[in-house]
Design a protein around this ligand. Structure first.
Ligand SMILES: [Fe+2]
Ligand SMILES: [Fe+2]
Length: 471
């Protein structure tokens, strides 16, 4: 692997100094990226100094370098994790054979599609979050938002490098189009539905980083098990950064949940709103809304694409190498309920065709772990309130259960009943207006908005009263 080159225009450990063709291609793309960042990156804060972490190496200490940076000056780099000694294709028909250093011709289109789909989510989330800096509950939270934003930008760089390096003219065109689509724009939307949904307030931001970035964790984990080595190593390093985004989401939601429960106990009517907080029912609706939307990101329950990707070794399962002995998965079935008329019937699906569902299971388990933790904190607080995840069939727009309506417990119900309960189950316009009214910015160092608990501790070696963002 090439040494880390930090002085290059594009910091990297992929040997760009000795690869003039790709270096020039990326240097040509860079100003377009910066134009996109100026137009669609965090609004109003381009001139502020933000206490950010910048990746300067993939080793244990290298990627956690803290210092004040103006976001447009952030050093977005291209880093692949260190290669294994004798890496082997982790899954599929050719599991155990040497990994591919180049794209196999027969998998070119599929790999390009996989990479573009992943890449598209990175700028999309920056676009979805671009206005949130102006209503941050503290400088600590504002800094975390911006950290997530610049790292999503770096993930875009990681994917764009792969497109330029391995996919020729097609890859270059795809890289340009990644800067042309816009989240929520009806004429040129982002690829996946969730990444076109509005994220207008901090409850949605924390739910997004809890549930949507967590989808990213599982997609990246599946790609980390790819036979295409540059993709696997790229995703492995992205996962290191992603862990922080998940921390922001999980702890952010927890801080709101506990504050709402506290304020509910203080209020004579048991409603946190009466004490200037966020209604606990609103928090539950945010969980329902974002969790159900993110379940769609895993694709159809029964999928020949998923089977083909697995068979070809393009993707594996979550922790494929550590958790499974049979990496071929040719035998075996997955039992799943499907809608037949007005009832559910269980069918057997060949395991490879159920790979999307296998990954979704791991995602749900991880979400359940967090909910259990929040609920144990609520119990310790003496609050009777609890958060729950809706059933995987609830409110789906993709896959087997789309086109049918279910209640949050997963029972098949008619559409009229669903629509009559929609505002009780899912975030509504009224919720958004209410939340936006509560979320007045707090920009004094050490101060935190009333509707959320202060964080447990500071970041990057600093205390809570540190000026994480300064003008
Ligand atoms: Fe990302
Ligand atoms: Fe992320």
């Amino acid at each position: 692997m090439a040494a880390v080159d930090l002085n290059a225009r594009i910091p990297n450990n992929v040997g760009l100094a000795d690869d003039p063709k790709i270096r020039r291609a990326l240097e040509h793309w860079q100003p377009k990226y910066l134009d996109w960042w100026r137009e669609m990156g965090p609004s109003q804060f381009a001139g502020h100094e933000v206490y950010l972490r910048t990746a300067i190496d993939v080793g244990a200490d290298g990627w956690a370098n803290f210092g004040y940076v103006k976001m447009p000056d952030y050093r977005w780099g291209v880093f692949l994790s260190t290669p294994g000694a004798d890496p082997r294709v982790p899954a599929g028909d050719c599991a155990g054979s040497p990994v591919w250093r180049e794209v196999p011709g027969e998998h070119r289109n599929a790999l390009r599609r996989i990479i573009v789909t992943q890449a598209d989510t990175e700028p999309a989330s920056v676009e979805q979050q671009r206005l949130l800096g102006a209503s941050a509950p503290s400088l600590y939270d504002m800094r975390n938002l911006f950290q997530v934003n610049v790292e999503e930008g770096r993930h875009l760089w990681a994917m764009v490098y792969l497109l330029h390096k391995y996919f020729g003219v097609d890859g270059r065109d795809e890289a340009d189009e990644l800067l042309e689509r816009r989240s929520g724009n009806p004429d040129k939307p982002r690829v996946l539905a969730t990444f076109n949904d509005p994220c207008e307030h901090w409850l949605s931001f924390f739910a997004f980083t809890m549930f949507t970035d967590r989808d990213g964790k599982f997609q990246l984990s599946a790609l980390r098990e790819s036979g295409f080595d540059p993709l696997a190593r790229s995703c492995e390093f992205m996962l290191t950064e992603e862990a922080f985004h998940l921390f922001v989401g999980e702890t952010g939601l927890e801080r709101i949940i506990l504050r709402s429960a506290e304020l509910s106990m203080q209020d004579p009517n048991g409603d946190a709103r009466g004490q200037g907080g966020i209604g606990f029912d609103t928090v539950q609706r945010a969980v329902n809304t974002w969790f159900s939307s993110c379940l769609d990101l895993f694709g159809s329950e029964i999928s020949s694409n998923a089977a083909n990707y697995f068979a070809a070794g393009l993707k594996g399962r979550f922790h494929e190498r550590e958790r499974y002995e049979d990496h071929v998965a040719q035998a075996g079935n997955y039992r799943m309920p499907v809608v037949e008329g007005d009832r559910l019937a269980v069918i057997d699906v060949p395991l490879r065709n159920a790979m999307n569902e296998v990954l979704r299971d791991d995602y749900i388990t991880d979400c359940e772990r967090a909910v259990k933790k929040w609920n144990s904190r609520l119990e310790a607080l003496g609050s009777p309130l609890r958060i729950s995840l809706p059933h995987r069939r609830f409110n789906r727009r993709q896959g087997l259960y789309a086109g049918h309506t279910f209640d949050p417990a997963g029972n098949l119900i008619d559409r009229d009943t669903f629509e009559a309960s929609r505002d009780q189950w899912l975030l509504s316009r009224k919720d958004s207006e209410e939340l936006k009214a509560i979320m007045q910015p707090v920009t004094e160092p050490g101060k935190v908005a009333h509707w959320i608990r202060p964080p447990a501790k500071g970041l990057g070696g600093q205390d809570l009263d540190f000026a994480y963002v300064r003008a």
